[in-house]
Ligand binder design. Structure first.
Ligand SMILES: NC(=O)c1ccc[n+]([C@@H]2O[C@H](COP(=O)([O-])OP(=O)(O)OC[C@H]3O[C@@H](n4cnc5c(N)ncnc54)[C@H](O)[C@@H]3O)[C@@H](O)[C@H]2O)c1
Length: 437
């Protein structure tokens, strides 16, 4: 056993602050209530169903993660949200159309009690949306203060002990890091000056981090992935993580690509297209929001396949990603991948993947895990970027100068080793010599 890290106990109520009460948020909240009531199982959630091996294979110690790591239980979670629409969580879940009414009706009072607070919203950053439930403020700093007031009131009224904020709002337009994001000082000046380089998501993130609240970004927006926010997080001891939940097509990509690379099979082309009919699909139909998503989806293959190390196999890879808004499908996305492969002596092959998935059904368990692990990180005093949670993201945040780890299996190993490390257990290297000595 190594030294155990001091971790504050998981007891008390954990407030989950969701920015955006759309398909992902409502599927997550309704799912937690349904599981609590024994109406369904938390499939897809590592914290609820995953196990972790401890010690040697011959030790036969494989507890559930939730029994091993001091994470909060589902009964401890309390939800609050902001949205530009006034619909409560029950109505919003019905609009999203992901979970059957038969289940929603059994948890209706709990869902109806969650009424979204007015949002910080500006159409400049999400062109395809508009709604009435919006805050007015003289400056972006003033709007951040109003968000902080919402948080403080929620904490008091719901008798919440700790909080976690997750951006589950729409994908904002593509933005790159600029002078306003360089330091906390420039960021605060930009908030006062209503600088255009501060989108709504940064206003929420600033409010949360200032209060030391962990912040996770489920979307590909820049948001906390700038030096100013990382500086603020370090100052207030808040964990941050993102960006863009790894579901659907990219999840498949990060499962298949490491396998092809492990066997040194070449890839000359990877064409991904999909149809999606929910509000997310509608927002992504705007080229500026799509660009944010495209950047996030495209970086994955380059990092996994490492063309600079394997030029013969991956140098000329043509990678194309398309998202098509197609209303009849709603949240049930259909993705097609065509992968052009090269084998022994350069002989070509093809692999086709047709994934009929449900976007929010894949995303909800990730939001749950991220919330519980971010709360753990906070109690373990792990401030700043949480690279061990890369497992859940398409564009994992990472320290400057480091490249992100995209391989799902390496990411899982990192995550589980972090859990072992926190509890003072031996890390598992998979060397395995000891069984043969
Ligand atoms: N579902 C998935 O598998 C998945 C995967 C990765 C990332 N994401 C991202 O997660 C986010 C949410 O996805 P979704 O399917 O729930 O979308 P959605 O359109 O159903 O929900 C987003 C909600 O956010 C609200 N919103 C937008 N801007 C806001 C603001 N400034 N303040 C408060 N509310 C705001 C919208 O009104 C909407 O209700 C999107 O950015 C999406 O790209 C989803």
């Amino acid at each position: 056993m190594n030294n155990e890290i001091a971790i504050a106990p998981a007891e008390g109520r954990v407030g989950v602050l969701l920015v955006g009460l759309g398909a992902v948020s409502t599927t997550f909240i309704a799912g937690v209530h349904a599981v609590r009531r024994g109406l369904a199982k938390p499939i897809g959630s590592l914290t609820q169903m995953g196990t972790i091996r401890l010690g040697k294979r011959t030790d036969h110690r494989t507890p559930l993660i939730k029994d091993f790591s001091p994470i909060a239980s589902l009964d401890q979670l309390v939800f609050g949200a902001w949205d530009i629409f006034e619909d409560d969580c029950y109505q919003a879940a019905k609009t999203a159309g992901v979970i059957d009414t038969a289940i929603l009706d059994q948890i209706r009072p709990e869902l109806e009690a969650i009424k979204p607070w007015p949002a910080v919203f500006d159409r400049q950053y999400v062109k395809r949306l508009d709604g009435p439930n919006v805050k007015r403020g003289s400056t972006k700093r003033d709007l951040a203060d109003q968000v902080a007031d919402d948080i403080t009131r929620f904490k008091r009224e719901q008798r919440v002990d700790r909080l976690v904020m997750v951006w589950c709002g729409s994908t904002e337009i593509f933005m790159t890091e600029g002078p306003a994001h360089a330091s906390l000082e420039t960021l605060e000046r930009a908030l006062e000056a209503n600088d255009v380089s501060i989108p709504s998501s940064m206003v929420y993130a600033y409010a949360a981090l200032k209060l030391g609240i962990p912040f996770a970004n489920a979307a590909p927006n820049l948001t906390v992935d700038v030096p100013a926010m990382v500086e603020l997080a370090a100052q207030t001891g808040a964990p941050v993580v993102g960006k863009d939940l790894k579901t659907g097509q990219t999840l498949m990509k990060t499962i298949i690509a490491p396998g092809l690379k492990a066997r040194l099979l070449g890839v000359t082309g990877w064409y991904s297209t999909n149809i999606l009919g929910n509000r997310d699909g509608e927002v992504l139909d705007d080229p500026e929001s799509f660009k944010t998503k495209e950047e996030s989806k495209k970086s994955v293959l380059d990092y996994i396949l490492q063309p600079e190390l394997y030029p013969d196999l991956y140098e000329n890879l043509c990678h194309v990603v398309r998202i098509n808004y197609y209303p009849p499908r709603g949240d049930n996305k259909e993705g097609w991948d065509n992968i052009d492969l090269v084998g022994w002596l350069g002989y070509p092959m093809q692999l086709k993947v047709n994934f009929l998935c449900r976007d929010s059904i894949l995303a909800a368990p990730i939001v749950l895990d991220v919330v519980l692990f971010m709360d753990l990180a906070k109690r373990a005093n792990l401030a700043g970027i949480q690279e061990w949670l890369s497992f859940y993201f398409k564009s994992p945040m990472h320290a400057p100068g480091l490249y992100p780890e995209h391989d799902l299996f390496i990411q899982l190993m990192k995550l589980k080793n972090t859990l072992r490390y926190l509890q003072g257990e031996e890390l598992i290297t998979h060397l395995g010599r000891e069984y043969y000595d």
